[in-house]
Design a protein around this ligand. Structure first.
Ligand SMILES: C[S@@+](CC[C@H](N)C(=O)[O-])C[C@H]1O[C@@H](n2cnc3c(N)ncnc32)[C@H](O)[C@@H]1O
Length: 564
């Protein structure tokens, strides 16, 4: 980690209520993806409310948990960008409660829920139901969508040199029966060779016939005859196809009895039976045993993206990924295996597998996003962000908020420092023969400890270090080592330098006058203790600067410092 470079990745130690309040002053509207894995309220004392662990028999267990999450989720909501998303892991038992809470906090933002298979093995309960899944609830703002995946052109070929380009055969039937759609149930004839095709009574043709429906213009999808004229209906190749003529009704009935009639392609269900209306129609006609289809051209597709499936699959499952993108994740135990690899022991219980979070982030995030996890625990989300950036050369940054988990029995326990931050250090250095990450690849972070101050004491307790860090986060969303000197550079936007000057005096005014000359900028924005006086002195010396009250800028988030 280079000491003097800004840190875009942050690990914040403390109760996440305080961390989120800080982030509301520094990152409001700037975070595109939030992933959290909060305590599930299992009753196994997995979380603390009002300084004590909540157990199974606590009378207000569920209300307390909901209140605890409500406070944090409402703060988190304001951090999201206009196309931001929040994804929350939850077990089956508490999904409904959490979903109702999220509906209230994020009205109109529900995208859906993903189901993740956590285990293969059974853990039988008295009810003989083995719970092997968890949920990820997804709430996104209006501009959000998952990435999905590009549709494959693999199946689209141009076997007949069609000038409209490559095509694939789509089914020519729809999910409706002959009673629901009478005008769509009729024998179909190939006009080129006269062969006939029976209609499936349980899945009728996708297009009505002009011979049956008089007012065909009313049918927006177009008639079968229209699509035949357009050469969009593809009939089986006459050379390969089996074609039969039953000369008498008895011959036909015998064929029905033997099952020797056209059948549906997959389930092999006979398409002509004793119940077929007007059975005599099929006597004396050439009947094709193949199935006609719809010629769907690549250029016809409404979208070239496969949507994300709500089912998160396991690597050992057989996938049919033609029209949908399925995430693949290892089981829950893989999270512990990674912890074991990084630390040599199981220093944290029930971490999520980085591969799962990486898959979710790959779908939900863009390469420049800031990703927040305010129940970061062992820091899995941070590792997933680094791995994903390495895969797609992204520049995502992470903010991890983790508690110490210290209590009366273990006052020195510090999960945030000793597990979360230590894990990130080891991942950045490289572990178990895995390569590390350079700072250009995001292999760096700043560790922030929160210090609470009363507003009334701010004037006395705020030191230059605090001011500098807070303003750097607020203005540039980075944490930086505090530079030496009485004039400190926060950052640059275009040709304007943002400076902090704690004490306006003769010496510092002179330093600022020299600044524009020495640093090739034409404008200055300066936070200081006497803004009016400084502005006057600078302008009388011909230096263009906007000066702001340092204390006001720290206390009021929306203020002069944002108007530059
Ligand atoms: C289920 S674990 C998250 C595990 C994480 N996904 C991982 O893979 O390591 C929930 C974490 O939230 C932390 N936590 C609970 N209450 C918190 C609070 N008020 N502020 C910050 N963290 C808290 C717990 O200490 C625990 O580490």
């Amino acid at each position: 980690m280079a000491a003097d470079t800004p840190h875009r990745n942050l690990i914040i130690e403390g109760d996440n209520f305080d961390s989120l309040r800080l982030l509301n002053t520094t990152h409001a509207g700037k975070i595109r993806v939030i992933y959290i894995d909060p305590p599930y309220n299992t009753g196994n004392k997995d979380w603390v409310y009002n300084d004590s662990y909540v157990g199974k028999n606590d009378r207000w267990r569920h209300s307390q948990w909901l209140e605890f999450l409500y406070q944090r989720l409402t703060l988190a909501r304001d951090l999201l960008t206009p196309d931001g998303v929040i994804m929350v892991s939850i077990n089956d038992e508490n999904r409904a409660r959490l979903e109702l809470l999220m509906d209230e906090i994020f009205p109109g933002m529900r995208i859906g829920s993903l189901v993740w298979r956590t285990k293969d093995s059974t853990s039988r309960t008295e009810s003989n139901l083995s719970e092997v899944h968890e949920h990820v609830l997804v709430y996104g703002r209006e501009g959000f969508s998952f990435q999905g995946s590009s549709k494959s052109t693999k199946k689209y070929k141009n076997r007949d040199n069609d000038p409209r380009g490559p095509w694939n055969i789509d089914p020519l039937t729809v999910n409706a029966d002959r009673f629901e759609r009478a005008g769509f149930f009729y024998p179909l004839q190939n006009p080129k060779n006269g062969f006939w095709y029976p209609c499936d009574p349980d899945r009728v043709w996708a297009y009505a016939s002009e011979k049956i429906i008089e007012d065909i213009a009313r049918i927006r999808s177009g008639s079968m005859e229209h699509w035949i004229r357009e050469e969009k209906i593809i009939f089986p190749n006459s050379e390969d196809e089996r074609v039969v003529i039953w000369n008498t009704l008895e011959e036909l009935k015998l064929a029905i009895k033997k099952g020797d009639v056209p059948v549906t392609p997959k389930r092999k269900k006979p398409l002509i039976s004793e119940d077929t209306p007007n059975l005599e129609f099929w006597v004396g006609k050439p009947v094709g045993f193949g199935r006609p289809g719809f010629k769907k051209h690549w250029s016809d597709l409404n979208s070239y993206v496969n949507p994300l499936s709500s089912w998160i699959s396991r690597a050992n499952e057989q996938l049919d990924e033609d029209d949908i993108h399925i995430l693949v994740s290892p089981n829950a135990g893989a999270g512990t295996e990674v912890i074991q690899e990084v630390f040599g022991s199981r220093v944290f219980s029930y971490p999520k597998p980085p591969a799962l979070i990486k898959e979710l982030l790959k779908q939900a995030s863009k390469p420049q996003d800031i990703i927040l996890d305010f129940f970061a625990g062992s820091g899995t989300t941070g590792q997933a962000v680094l791995e994903l950036n390495a895969d797609d050369k992204g520049q995502r940054s992470f903010i991890l908020c983790s508690s110490t988990e210290s209590n009366d029995k273990e006052p020195n326990k510090n999960i945030c420092r000793d597990v979360c931050a230590e894990r990130m250090r080891r991942v950045i250095q490289g572990y178990n023969q895995k390569p590390g990450y350079s700072s250009i690849q995001g292999g760096e972070f700043a560790y922030i400890q929160l210090e609470k101050m009363e507003v009334a004491d701010l004037h006395f307790e705020l030191d230059p270090k605090h001011s500098f860090q807070l303003l750097a986060l607020r203005r540039f969303q980075v944490a930086m080592p505090v530079p030496e000197g009485s004039i400190k550079l926060l950052g640059r936007i275009d040709d304007c330098d943002f400076l902090i000057c704690n004490e306006v005096n003769e010496y510092t005014v002179q330093e600022i006058l020299n600044w524009t000359r020495n640093h090739a900028v034409s404008k200055l924005a300066i936070y200081c203790n006497r803004p009016e006086s400084l502005q006057e002195q600078l302008s009388s010396n011909g230096v263009q600067a906007n000066c702001y009250s340092l204390i006001d800028s720290l206390m009021f988030v929306q203020g002069a410092d944002y108007d530059n």
